[in-house]
Design a protein around this ligand. Structure first.
Ligand code: ADP
Ligand code: ADP
Length: 225
């Protein structure tokens, strides 16, 4: 069964429709990248999947249930943002543990889950630092760690690398690819960077002006651009 289904999803702001009917079944463990120029509707689409934006028409199902009918904490998705959204006064450990603590996880269980995610992301020696004591790449890894510890049924990424410099972007891209290979969690990843899209995606949704112009694998797109 598809983990994540979009069925003729539309979005209007006032009378203006900005997403014109997008449909896709994202398979279990599949990494789908939404790529397209600024203003084409990528983040609006992602925000609807996250339940942060009302769906004007159509439906989005996660694990067979409609997103907009679930309570936020029932949605079982974790989102990684471009601006990291870390808590500045909390340590790396506490930033990563935050969502788990809210879910009632504590003690050794908490420590083990944060420890495991920290190890996967190379953050083990940084757990006591504050975000301001980290580099941009390290901060983005903490943001990913915070999503990873929750072991959600899907990850949503909103341009997570666009605040990093070019060199770091390449290195983080490889780390995300490596992570994807190890955890194989269903992911929806938004970017305007075509290279990033082609390297990371199992399948791509190529958006233009609110329309999904192509939904295909990188190989298919490479052969029929
Ligand atoms: P992208 O993420 O691809 O840059 P967006 O999803 O942010 O594109 O925007 C898609 C379209 O919707 C754009 O034309 C944008 O101007 C419009 N839009 C986004 N948010 C709003 C809003 N809150 N009110 C009105 N129009 C919006
Ligand atoms: P509790 O849930 O028992 O109140 P915490 O939620 O503060 O404790 O932390 C859970 C566990 O993680 C504790 O064993 C604590 O010692 C450990 N821990 C907290 N911060 C760190 C850190 N920076 N590095 C390693 N372990 C930590």
């Amino acid at each position: 069964m598809a983990t994540l289904s979009l069925n003729d999803v539309r979005k209007s702001y006032g009378k203006t429709e900005v997403i014109h009917g997008v449909s896709i079944d994202v398979e279990d463990g599949e990494f789908v990248v939404i790529v397209g120029p600024s203003g084409c509707g990528k983040s609006t689409l992602l925000r609807m999947v996250a339940g942060l934006e009302e769906i004007t028409r159509g439906t989005i199902d996660i694990g067979g249930r409609e997103v907009n009918k679930l309570e936020p904490r029932e949605r079982d998705i974790a989102m990684v943002f471009q601006n990291y959204a870390l808590y500045p006064h909390m340590s790396v450990f506490d930033n990563m543990a935050y969502g788990l603590r809210i879910a009632g996880i504590k003690g050794d269980d908490l420590k083990a889950r944060v420890g495991k995610a920290a190890e996967m992301l190379g953050l083990t020696t940084l757990l006591d630092r504050k975000p301001r004591q980290l580099s941009g790449g390290q901060r983005q890894r903490v943001a990913m760690g915070r999503a990873l510890v929750r072991e959600p049924s899907a990850f949503l990424f909103d341009e997570p690398l666009s605040n990093l410099d070019a060199k770091l972007r390449v290195s983080m891209r490889l780390q995300i690819k490596d992570l994807q290979r190890r955890v194989a969690t269903t992911s929806l990843y938004v970017t305007h960077d075509q290279v990033e899209a082609m390297t990371l995606a199992d399948r791509l949704i190529v958006m233009n002006k609110g329309v999904a112009e192509q939904i295909a694998t990188p190989m298919e797109i490479y052969d029929n651009p």
